[in-house]
Design a protein around this ligand. Structure first.
Ligand SMILES: CCCCCCCCCCCCCCCCCC(=O)SCCNC(=O)CCNC(=O)[C@H](O)C(C)(C)COP(=O)(O)OP(=O)(O)OC[C@H]1O[C@@H](n2cnc3c(N)ncnc32)[C@H](O)[C@@H]1OP(=O)(O)O
Ligand SMILES: Cc1cc2nc3c(=O)[nH]c(=O)nc-3n(C[C@H](O)[C@H](O)[C@H](O)COP(=O)(O)OP(=O)(O)OC[C@H]3O[C@@H](n4cnc5c(N)ncnc54)[C@H](O)[C@@H]3O)c2cc1C
Length: 665
């Protein structure tokens, strides 16, 4: 039914209006023309493989069938990844695309049961294993001779990992650890792939040796027989059931009944238990948390990718959809011409760019700090932890909200699963919880900020908090510029940190314990961490755009997006700006007028911008967002796949409706 090769005329017109070269932007976002070519070839390699097509839309499968289909595809995908590696075409880009929102969510729409193997099991072996342990385990894991997961969270504790209850007690007579789950709440609960896919796990447990507890440590534990996949003796394992989304990830539970593992299965790069049971301390107890930092860093990139996918769908749909009237007797406009619609969409486009640049910055810093840690230098770890926590929290929260705004922007059709917006929301909103619940992570950033604030005469060693050295009383008069907005956001963040710190101190002076004072001030602390993060994101966007070497035409558009992101952020924080800077009501009107001007300036390039993201139709997976804009034909085609439409009369008519109708005659 879909008219092949026919592009919706509205989209044809939109593409004519574009003022810059979309290919130039595609190359910029990919990191160069060669990278674009490589990405496209990878996409073709995966997306055009007939084995990776699904006959029936996922939504119509049962929970069990979904899982089985996901495992089938996951095995093919990673078989293909190994094929690429053998051809010398392997590398990080493959993994990022295949496990994240860029490509992975196209093939496995509702999560991948093997993700944790690559995203957490292997990185933990690499980051926490000694050289000998790496030699023993990593090759097996890369070859997929074993499949692992990361089992940290328990039924009773996810956030407070010092409170985990699983124990690993050293028995020097046999040189073994005994893993045990002493209570129901100590059962591991949530690890991806744990239910029925993984046969190994890195298990985080409280280490006991010589009668003393040394806190949580990572252990490699075999869960299932390598041949039969039967759970090993003492292992109680299963899947935790249906969730809001990610229903193919096979999140599982796990209990231990006195399970023995060799001493050498404790990952001992940072701390060790010697054969006689003596404990050798790590240079920092927080090195055990290294894998979590890694995943928080990659989540920022993933959040950006999901957001650009959603906004591509909603922008193309808004260019094709006609509804209502702006003037009497005028034809129904494209809904993208309603300014309120532009206000829903264009800030999401700008937000994607903002997150993309922060994600790139964070990835580079993460790699530098990791090299420093390898060399035994720990100085930069607290700042990396603080910035990774707040960027993970703000990007996941804003992306989830942005995807929901895009869904609402598509009206009723956005509510269809075939729009792919509901399931995208399911994937993105999970990010707000996993890998550290967002409020908790913002409080971690606040802890760092308060400490820095208390020692703000000594800011040289930091990168992200230099502004805390500025004189808070030095006012910069309002200007309609991003530079002023950055100043205002930093001023707001600094003031909020100062206030929260002051309120903690006041509470302490009134006799409260510091921890209680902290808890009572925590609403302000979270707000301070968020403000700090927002000022960082705008500043990073600004610095990146200033350094870009691109054509004049593209630069103009990127600066418009930067300005839009800045003014949109500022207007969302109007109350804060009025409170912490000398901005006036009149100045706010100026910002509002600027926002409206920017929406109008971006309007002709909206479709061009999302086209530049160059997301294939299979990756969008949406009836509303395809490149050709044949929305209504696609909606009909998808409706025809409903199993209820396979027969004109459903058996429920005979069974229930007919007798019911008769009874009411
Ligand atoms: C192969 C390539 C792949 C590419 C892939 C690309 C695709 C992406 C796909 C993504 C899919 C991802 C799927 C992942 C699924 C989710 C997995 C999980 O949730 S797993 C489960 C995830 N679970 C969670 O995330 C649990 C969240 N909970 C926690 O992280 C912690 O318990 C806590 C941080 C909240 C508190 O910890 P606690 O020990 O009580 O700490 P205190 O508060 O007492 O602070 C003490 C001191 O420690 C400091 N510090 C703290 N952390 C760190 C750190 N990481 N570091 C350094 N320092 C740190 C802190 O600053 C403080 O310093 P100071 O002030 O004293 O100087
Ligand atoms: C889809 C998904 C996949 C996951 N995959 C894995 C996995 O593979 N491996 C794994 O080990 N875990 C996994 N998890 C678990 C995840 O990491 C935890 O759910 C997460 O860290 C939050 O912990 P929690 O569930 O205990 O929440 P809780 O900490 O109970 O949070 C509940 C509320 O309490 C508040 N709260 C808690 N502590 C504080 C505090 N100190 N200050 C202020 N407020 C606080 C929170 O802000 C929140 O509002 C996954 C979770 C999800 C949803």
């Amino acid at each position: 039914m879909i008219k092949k090769n026919s592009i919706n005329p509205d989209l044809v017109e939109e593409r004519k209006k574009c003022t810059f070269n979309t290919l130039e932007l595609t190359h910029l976002l990919d990191g160069g023309a060669k990278k674009t070519e490589e990405r496209k070839s990878r996409e073709t390699f995966f997306l055009e493989d007939p084995q990776l097509q699904s006959k029936v839309p996922l939504e119509y499968l049962s929970h069990k069938e979904k899982y089985e289909e996901a495992v089938r595809k996951a095995c093919i995908i990673f078989g293909k990844v190994q094929e690429l590696q053998n051809q010398g075409r392997g590398g990080m880009d493959n993994f990022r695309e295949i496990l994240g929102g860029q490509l992975g969510s196209a093939i496995l729409k509702d999560g991948n049961p093997l993700t944790l193997h690559y995203v957490m099991f292997i990185p933990t072996l690499m980051g926490q294993g000694t050289m000998e342990q790496q030699a023993e385990w990593i090759q097996k894991a890369w070859n997929c001779d074993i499949i692992g997961t990361y089992a940290q969270t328990e039924l009773g504790h996810g956030t407070f990992i010092r409170g985990l209850e699983t124990t690993a007690t050293y028995d020097p007579s046999k040189e073994e650890f005994v893993l045990h789950s002493p209570t129901l709440t100590s059962y591991k609960w949530w690890p991806g792939g744990l239910g029925h896919s993984a046969n190994y796990a890195v298990v985080l447990a409280q280490l006991y040796t010589k009668g003393k507890c040394y806190g949580i440590h990572p252990f490699i534990v075999q869960l299932r027989d390598e041949e039969t996949h039967q759970p090993l003796p003492g292992i109680k394992i299963g899947e935790i059931g249906c969730k809001l989304g990610m229903n193919s990830t096979n999140n599982g539970y796990l209990g231990f009944d006195q399970v023995r593992i060799p001493r050498t299965n404790m990952l001992m790069k940072n701390s060790q238990v010697l054969s006689d049971g003596s404990y050798v301390k790590s240079p920092s107890s927080k090195l055990t948390y290294g894998t979590m930092i890694f995943v928080r860093v990659v989540i920022v990139q993933d959040a950006a990718h999901y957001l650009r996918k959603a906004v591509t769908i909603a922008t193309r749909y808004s260019a094709v959809r006609h509804q209502s009237q702006i003037k009497p007797d005028a034809p129904e406009p494209q809904i993208i011409d309603f300014v309120t619609q532009q206000y829903k969409l264009f800030p999401q486009i700008a937000t994607y760019f903002a997150f993309q640049y922060s994600a790139t910055w964070l990835w580079d810093v993460y790699n530098n700090v990791t090299s420093e840690l390898e060399a035994g230098q720990l100085e930069s770890l607290p700042e990396l932890h603080a910035v990774a926590c707040c960027l993970k929290a703000v990007s996941s929260a804003d992306a989830a909200q942005g995807v929901e705004i895009c869904r609402l922007a598509c009206g009723g059709h956005g509510y269809m699963t075939s729009s792919n917006l509901p399931s995208t929301y399911g994937l993105v909103t999970a990010m707000c919880t996993y890998e550290g619940e967002n409020t908790v992570l913002l409080l971690q950033t606040a802890r760092f900020l308060v400490k820095v604030w208390q020692n703000r005469n000594n800011l040289e060693k930091f990168t992200t908090v230099k502004y805390l050295g500025n004189d808070l009383n030095r006012d910069r008069p309002f200007q309609r510029s991003v530079e002023w907005i950055i100043y205002a956001l930093q001023q707001t963040a600094a003031r909020k940190i100062e206030l929260a710190n002051r309120h903690i101190n006041e509470r302490v002076q009134k006799g409260k314990a510091y921890e209680d004072a902290w808890n009572e001030s925590s609403i302000e602390l979270v707000a301070a961490a968020e403000a700090h993060c927002r000022s960082f994101i705008v500043e990073t966007f600004y610095n990146t755009i200033n350094e870009l070497k691109v054509s004049k035409e593209l630069k103009v558009v990127l600066v418009q997006l930067l300005n839009l992101y800045g003014v949109y952020t500022a207007l969302r924080l109007t109350g804060d700006l009025l409170r912490f800077t000398s901005i006036t009501g009149k100045d706010i009107e100026t910002l509002q007028a600027w926002l409206e001007e920017l929406l109008a300036l971006i309007r002709p390039n909206a479709v061009g911008l999302v086209d530049s993201f160059d997301i294939r139709d299979e990756v969008l997976g949406s009836t509303l967002g395809a490149y050709d804009g044949n929305v209504y034909e696609r909606l009909f085609e998808e409706a025809s796949k409903s199993p209820l439409n396979a027969e004109p009369v459903n058996k429920s008519f005979k069974l229930y409706l007919k007798p019911f109708l008769k009874a009411n005659l």
